[in-house]
Design a protein around this ligand. Structure first.
Ligand code: AMP
Length: 417
């Protein structure tokens, strides 16, 4: 079904055309008519399914028929990066409408945000903490907000935002449309939905917490102290145009980025020890391909949309299987292909088994024939990056092509639509 058949305003259909969306994704096809009809919605959709446009398009459509200069719609999302990403999509979709969005996130100056709120931007995209700061200052009117989106609701719960969300909702009109997007539906979200929604339509896209199609996965068993060395070996000997590396801790991310940089790679860091401008710069550089590798904590695991990531490498095994699915969802976006590797120390095997159970798939265990697994020194001497693109040296066990180094031309990666 084309976008033009969804009943959206022509200015939005035009924007979608400008953005080269050919047809609605499944979550868009289901959600847009329901939201246009004014219904509450619970959507459990995998990341990368087009959920942002699924809520923005019908909201913009409805705003078009309303008075301007009054804030009427609010999107709450857990992290600054996600808020920025939603705001970017909003800019594209609202291009022909004259509707304005305001980005209200921590780590940025309050002044311009206050100005935007006072000017009555029609749609606000915010992280909960900073929005509450503004609400406390009473700088703007929030009593006309009758459309609320909770994006990545499960992540917001994980991050402890439930009390903030409740406080925010208490400031909004009781008569409103509430759209809840969550990758998973733990009981705490079901309870929240029951408290704040009215007769919601439930849309479930794809299998719960399954990785997107097009992702080839592999596990690399290795002693904990050899993980940095194995990672550097993989980076040096495999063609990896754009790599997102995950570590459990901020310190770990920092240390690892330093080691990788010593090998001559262009590398960035993304974790919460950085200031907001540093985080934005790191994201921008990675997005533009200025840095080939971004080392991040889970802060980047949810929802980040960088369309060219070819590899996601987890240096530790996440304790929560869903976190694994979110991490690897950073590659293979919108049906492109990508590889996801996880380095597994012996004590982490049981965590990996839990993940395998959740995703319904056993990952091939890969050992690299030319990596010295018996080395005592944690890390080898730095090498230049000239070694990249050498002939394949990885040897997957247990079937599948995962772990096979990519050909120098990035062989066979299907582009995004
Ligand atoms: P999201 O799940 O909202 O993070 O979206 C993932 C990516 O899909 C974003 O880069 C969107 O721009 C893109 N996208 C959203 N809807 C469509 C569509 N109908 N066709 C093609 N790409 C889309």
């Amino acid at each position: 079904m084309p976008f033009s058949k969804l009943g959206l305003h022509p200015s939005l259909v035009q924007a979608v055309r400008d953005m080269r969306y050919e047809e609605p994704t499944p979550v868009q096809a289901e959600a847009i008519p329901a939201v246009l009809a004014g219904r509450d919605l619970i959507a459990t959709a995998q990341t990368g399914t087009g959920k942002t446009a699924a809520f923005l398009l019908p909201i913009l459509h409805r705003l078009l028929a309303r008075p301007r200069n009054v804030t009427q719609a609010l999107v709450l999302t857990p992290t600054r990066e996600l808020a920025q990403q939603i705001d970017d999509v909003l800019l594209g979709l609202a291009y022909h409408t004259g509707l304005r969005g305001g980005l209200i996130v921590g780590g940025a100056a309050m002044g311009p945000q206050e100005k935007a709120l006072r000017a009555g931007v029609e749609l606000v995209v915010a992280t909960p903490g900073r929005l509450l700061d503004h609400m406390r200052n009473n700088q703007a009117r929030f009593d006309q907000i009758d459309t609320l989106v909770l994006d990545e609701a499960d992540r917001m719960m994980d991050m402890g935002f439930l009390p903030d969300i409740k406080r925010i909702i208490a400031r909004l009109p009781a008569r409103r449309q509430t759209l809840l997007f969550s990758a998973t539906m733990p009981p705490v979200i079901a309870k929240l939905a029951a408290d704040i929604q009215r007769n919601p339509l439930t849309v479930q896209i794809g299998r719960r917490s399954a990785p997107a199609v097009g992702i080839t996965q592999a596990a690399y068993p290795v002693a904990e102290h050899l993980k940095p060395a194995l990672l550097r070996h993989l980076l040096r000997h495999t063609e990896m145009p754009s790599v997102l590396v995950f570590t459990r801790t901020k310190q770990g991310a920092k240390r690892l980025a330093k080691k990788i940089a010593a090998d001559g790679f262009a590398v960035g860091e993304l974790h919460s020890n950085l200031t907001q401008p540093q985080r934005t710069r790191a994201m921008d550089a990675f997005r533009r391909g200025v840095t080939q590798i971004l080392v991040a904590t889970n802060i980047a695991a949810r929802g980040l949309d960088v369309d060219h990531i070819t590899h996601v490498i987890s240096v530790d095994v996440p304790a929560v299987p869903e976190d694994y699915v979110h991490r690897i969802g950073r590659t293979g976006r919108m049906e492109a292909e990508g590889d996801a590797f996880v380095l597994v120390a012996p004590p982490e095997e049981r965590l990996l088994v839990r993940i395998e159970r959740q995703i319904g798939q056993r990952l091939p265990r890969v050992t690299l024939p030319d990596f010295d697994y018996s080395q005592a020194v944690p890390d080898g001497p730095p090498h230049g990056r000239g070694a990249r693109g050498r002939p394949p040296s990885g040897k997957p066990h247990g079937g599948g092509s995962a772990g096979r180094p990519r050909r120098p031309n990035g062989g066979g990666r299907r582009g995004r639509r």
